[in-house]
Design a protein around this ligand. Structure first.
Ligand SMILES: Cc1cc2nc3c(=O)[nH]c(=O)nc-3n(C[C@H](O)[C@H](O)[C@H](O)COP(=O)(O)OP(=O)(O)OC[C@H]3O[C@@H](n4cnc5c(N)ncnc54)[C@H](O)[C@@H]3O)c2cc1C
Length: 497
């Protein structure tokens, strides 16, 4: 039976996307969204900071504490851009631009940054000698030898395994050095986590699928057509993309002139016009139960209200959901994954003319050292003023913005600036602006076996007392990228009609 009332717990991007799509699909249902924080959007925090320069000129910079760039592969976000009319504020970075092509690694124990070869040609020219002193090596050599050997390695996936860590997978196919350097750096950049714990099937399903398609060889698998996407459901309605798909041709990443917060603001603006939607900011759910007598959900709140709804969507972190349930009605696996914490430090400098503070490019990542974790607790650094330069206000010449990601809170800013200077091989001046954001337990680490656990959770939700009327979605379930979260919200309640 179609829902007459829906409660959505959590007003991050997942919950907001669910509210947007459910209110369109069920215009007769009353939808109430509860969000613990006054601020909607969860980890999305985009703010402009004013700068008064020495000569009295004023300008501003956009600072992101959470997500900063999106990839165009998520059609559900492109659909929101179209439906919320966000195209005019779209800022895109073409794949061909130096900001996209130049990505660096900082290898512990070496000097400065190493550029990751961005094309087969640069791989060939940079990978010929392990001892070459070019900016590309030794990465080119490691990449070239790993890629050249991979198709000749036998099918070496152990029999009967359903999943493994990213590190185990890459080690099997490309060798341990490749896995440690490239795999751990990638996982630091996306999950702020250890690639030895992250599930390859949950985090990078296309790698697992390509290995199967290529009968053991990942490279052969990528060269073969992939067929129907594993995630596309037959009854999914087509995406309403307008011409946004076209605008994304050849685009590497994108954002908006006022940052990712523009997506949250546009969703809120739209939801506030919907007569069937009530948004409650600063109100948390404190309990959730299904009343078997009335077959309704009862949600107690921090404002001492009891909200009743025929259907519910949980878009809060899984451990928070666990805290809402009575121990007598457990849902399995809500606490199986730990959450990583990451300290994000926005730094704004004024560079002297002709004195570059970093190479042109997207930024750099720090892989796990051969003896353990990342060097100096720095996971990586984004060169915002070259990767999203169009976000800066006019008169911002000479302003250099970068964002460091750390696995621990910062003890001292001068020490952090010194460490970044060492990694960049450039003496950084004293920053004009520093903003530190300690994002505690912000990214779920989808451990090996995650997909299987989520299938079990989903099966339990189909049975009593939930009867398929509670959807559990969000970064901790279906993937952490903004695209995954928006897509999960789009699919919420698909079986309710
Ligand atoms: C530092 C950082 C950088 C990132 N960078 C990128 C990036 O560049 N690109 C990208 O695609 N992704 C990025 N991500 C990932 C992405 O931003 C997140 O995975 C996504 O925003 C999570 O959305 P969510 O709605 O599932 O959860 P959350 O954002 O965690 O939202 C959950 C909401 O639930 C609310 N809540 C919690 N408990 C309760 C309760 N009891 N009752 C009511 N409400 C409650 C909270 O107030 C919060 O608003 C980044 C994440 C972080 C932390």
């Amino acid at each position: 039976m179609a829902p007459s009332s829906i409660a959505i717990l959590g007003g991050g991007l997942t919950g907001l996307s669910a509210a947007f799509h459910l209110s369109r699909r069920f215009p007769a249902a009353q939808i109430t969204l509860l969000n613990k924080d006054i601020h909607f959007g969860g980890w999305v925090h985009s703010k402009r900071a004013k700068i008064t320069l020495k000569d009295g000129r004023e300008t501003s910079v956009l600072l992101e504490a959470g997500p900063r760039t999106l990839r165009p592969n998520s059609k559900s976000v492109l659909e929101l851009i179209n439906l919320l009319d966000l195209s005019p504020s779209l800022l895109t970075v073409p794949k061909s631009s130096p900001a996209s092509r130049n990505r660096f690694l900082r290898l512990p124990g070496t000097q400065g940054l190493l550029r990751i070869p961005s094309s087969p040609l640069s791989l060939l020219t940079s990978g010929l000698s392990p001892k070459s002193s070019s900016l590309h090596s030794p990465l080119g050599y490691i990449l070239l030898s790993a890629i050249a050997r991979e198709p000749f390695r036998p099918w070496n996936r152990p029999l009967m395994i359903e999943d493994e860590s990213v590190d185990e997978f890459l080690t099997r196919r490309f060798g341990s050095e490749f896995a440690r350097i490239f795999g751990s750096a990638l996982v630091h950049g996306i999950y702020a986590a250890d690639s030895r714990e992250l599930s390859v099937r949950a985090a990078f399903p296309s790698l697992w699928d390509a290995e199967e398609r290529g009968r053991g060889s990942l490279i052969a698998g990528f060269l073969l057509p992939s067929g129907v996407s594993a995630t596309a459901e037959v009854d999914d309605p087509p995406y309403q993309l307008g011409d946004v798909d076209e605008q994304m041709r050849g685009v590497s990443v994108y954002s908006f002139s006022q940052g990712i917060g523009a997506l949250v603001d546009a969703l809120l603006r739209e939801l506030r016009t919907r007569r069937n939607v009530r948004l409650l900011g600063g109100v948390s759910a404190t309990g959730l139960r299904m009343n078997p007598r009335t077959a309704q959900f009862e949600i107690t709140t921090s404002s001492c209200e009891t909200l009743r709804a025929t259907h519910a969507v949980s878009a809060v972190p899984l451990p928070s959901l666990k805290g809402l349930l009575s121990p007598k009605t457990p849902l399995p696996h809500l606490t199986a994954n730990p959450y990583s914490s990451v300290t994000v430090v926005n730094l704004v400098f004024l560079a002297s003319p002709g004195h570059a503070l970093h190479p042109v490019g997207f930024g750099y990542l720090v892989p796990r050292a051969s003896s353990g974790h990342a060097e100096n607790a720095i996971l990586g650094c984004v060169f915002d003023s070259s990767s999203m330069s169009a976000q800066e206000a006019p008169r911002s010449a000479g302003i250099v913005k970068m964002t460091a990601m750390l696995r621990e809170p910062v003890a001292s800013i001068p020490r952090l600036v010194e460490m970044l200077s060492e990694q960049l091989g450039v003496r950084l001046p004293e920053p004009l602006i520093v903003r530190v954001h300690d994002n505690v337990h912000c990214i779920p680490l989808l451990r090996v076996g995650h997909l299987q656990r989520m299938r079990e959770l989903s099966d339990v939700l189909q049975g009593e007392p939930w009867s398929g009327k509670l959807e559990v979605i969000g970064a901790g379930v279906g993937g952490v990228s903004v695209g995954d979260c928006v897509e999960a919200g789009r699919r919420a309640g698909r079986s309710w009609a």
